[in-house]
Ligand binder design. Structure first.
Ligand SMILES: C[S@@+](CC[C@H](N)C(=O)[O-])C[C@H]1O[C@@H](n2cnc3c(N)ncnc32)[C@H](O)[C@@H]1O
Length: 233
């Protein structure tokens, strides 16, 4: 597994010096977390990636799609007063976007210390939870957020499907949960093959209600994304 981390890290370092076109080709071909990637490898990969994450994530638009979706769902006059939780916040790209669009109360959940250090330099987040989603996220209070946004956090070895339960717990009744992910992960990542049915089952149990599910183009180097928007009940 360590060699897998090294491979990803080397690739990422290399892409920092590439033209945008070259970088896109390389990321499409090589940057992926293979089936069975452990939490430890995910953490190690981001620890090494953190210093160059923003520059080398070219071809990834999930943070913009997520910020667009949140913005389209929240009227301008409410943005300053609603509490937003950015889950799998990484280096803070979603928060920076939301801040520039009038959101003032933005908190972050991110398990990787190095990514968190970069996130802190954005200056747009209030509370920061150094925490995984999927194990209960116990440091995050219940019913606390009006909007939960998760962009790019659903992929192999990252947030498990059962992490949705943590998302619902920390969101206020009436609040929105917006999940943006690469659509192909729904059939490539074992844990997500039943994700849509699982989401439906949570609706049948009365935890949340679907607002919209839509496919969007160009999530990552030409791959479609999917945006799930649910309202917590
Ligand atoms: C591809 S980055 C996305 C970062 C940011 N949301 C963006 O759009 O640029 C994925 C992030 O998910 C975090 N992550 C991995 N496993 C996680 C988990 N179980 N719960 C929360 N975040 C996780 C990683 O540390 C990493 O920072």
């Amino acid at each position: 597994m360590a060699s897998e981390t090294e491979r990803v890290v080397k690739l990422l370092q290399k892409t920092a010096y590439m033209t945008p076109g070259e970088r896109e080709t390389h990321l499409t071909n090589f940057l992926y977390f293979p089936p069975g990637t452990s939490k430890e490898v995910v953490i190690k990969s981001y620890t090494e990636w953190a210093p160059t994450y923003v520059e080398t994530a070219g071809g990834y638009t999930g943070y913009l799609l997520g910020a667009d979706e949140v913005t389209s769902r929240v009227p301008e006059d409410q943005r300053h007063s609603l509490r937003v939780l950015d889950v799998a916040a990484g280096a803070g790209s979603v928060g920076l976007e939301l801040s520039s669009r009038g959101f003032k109360l933005i908190d972050a959940l991110e398990p990787n210390e190095e990514m968190m250090k970069h996130l802190e330099t954005t200056g747009v987040y209030t509370k920061k939870y150094l925490e995984f989603l999927g194990d209960g996220a116990k440091s995050v209070p219940s019913d606390a957020y009006d909007v939960l946004i998760c962009a790019g956090g659903m992929l192999e070895g990252h947030i498990p499907a059962k992490g949705i339960e943590d998302m619902i717990r920390v969101t206020k009744p009436g609040g929105l949960i917006i999940i943006v992910m690469n659509k192909k992960h729904l059939h490539k990542v074992e844990d997500y093959k039943g994700l849509e049915n699982y989401m439906e089952s949570l609706q049948e149990k009365g935890y949340w209600k679907k607002v919209e599910v839509k496919t969007v183009p160009n999530y990552f180097t030409g791959s479609d994304g999917i945006i799930f928007t649910y309202r917590v009940l």
